[in-house]
Write a protein that binds this ligand. Structure first.
Ligand SMILES: [Zn+2]
Length: 331
């Protein structure tokens, strides 16, 4: 069978591999759907994890059906529909979900598999991982209904953040992205406004939408929380210069290089800057919300492609027109 594997910098292949036999604690999952993630594209650029030249299997946003369980597995049964916890698969090592059948080692440890709620299709279920990343970013922003929020970046993670914010009653969300297709998606998910920072004065626009708040002799815009799911080097400085007293900023984007920012200006805003990564607790909550939000969630999928076209799918996922590229398995 095939397995999508990174060999070196920019060198990713559909390798022919032998499927192993499951041990007593293992579970075999027949893949049904697996999303392509921005981090997959980063890993390919890096040439492998942890370093270039380390063979690395890809695929960490997957759903499938259990087809075999080891003799010591009690919590899973053949026929069960499951989501794979992407913390353990496709982010280093040779277990990756871009393959027809995955042997998941020690499957019951640490919640590696989670059951899909009744009625939720496999493609929507496979969105669980990126949606959990989005939810964790929102959780780290400590927002409440009525707060004013800015989300930088309307790729799948930023869009998921807009979705969760609106779902929690935080409806004054301004989304920011360069691509018109992405801004449209943010609006469809309930953002109040979606701005292109290259064609407007962001501070002026945010002052109009979120108001202005004076503190210590200067005036910040009224945004309560800023979430960076874009990673452009100017964002942090721009936010610091606009920030109101005691606002909060969450960085979820991956910055590859160090950046400079005006610490002196932060003194009078007493703003908090923090980070969010992964989804330590969010997956069960995301799954539980899926039956209720199914229609909205499906709108995050912009492209569906069969597994044998996954290499083309990687190219599509790199374009700003795409949201989530979902790879579907025929079996
Ligand atoms: Zn991902």
């Amino acid at each position: 069978m095939k397995l999508l594997t990174i060999h070196d910098v920019g060198d990713v292949r559909l390798d022919e591999v032998e499927r192993g036999e499951p041990g007593p604690k293992d579970v075999v999952v027949r893949m049904k759907a697996c999303g392509i993630c921005g981090s997959d594209l980063s890993y390919i650029k890096m040439g492998g994890i942890p370093m270039a030249g380390t063979k690395t299997a890809l695929g960490h946003e997957a759903s499938g059906e259990v087809i075999e369980v080891g003799s010591e597995v009690s919590g899973h049964a053949v026929g069960q529909r499951v989501v794979i916890n992407g913390m353990f698969v496709g982010s280093g090592g040779m277990e990756g979900a871009f393959t027809p059948e995955l042997v998941l080692k020690d499957a019951e440890a640490m919640g590696k598999l989670l059951p899909i709620p009744e009625g939720v299709p496999y493609d929507v279920a496979a969105l669980c991982e990126p949606l959990a990343v989005s939810m964790h970013g929102v959780n780290r922003a400590n927002v409440k209904p009525g707060d004013k929020v800015v989300v930088f970046g309307c790729g799948p993670i930023g869009l998921g953040m807009v979705l969760w914010l609106v779902d929690r009653g935080v409806t004054d969300v301004v989304a920011i992205d360069l691509a018109p297709e992405r801004r449209e998606r943010a609006m469809a998910l309930g953002a109040r406004a979606a701005l292109d920072p290259t064609s407007c004065d962001l501070r002026d626009e945010l002052a109009k939408l979120h108001g202005e708040v004076p503190s210590y002799g200067r005036v910040g815009v009224g945004t309560d929380a800023w979430i960076d799911a874009a990673g452009a080097p100017s964002i942090l400085s721009d936010v610091i210069m606009m920030a109101k007293f005691q606002c909060r900023m969450v960085i979820t984007a991956a910055y590859m290089k160090p950046i400079e920012f005006p610490v002196g200006r932060m003194l009078t805003s007493e703003m908090t800057i923090t980070t969010a990564v992964g989804y330590p607790t969010e997956m069960p909550e995301v799954l539980a919300a899926m039956p209720r939000l199914q229609g909205k969630l499906a709108s995050l999928i912009s492209h569906r492609m069969p597994f044998d076209e996954v290499l083309d799918g990687l190219k599509v996922a790199a374009t700003p027109q795409s949201a989530k590229v979902m790879i579907e398995f025929a079996n």
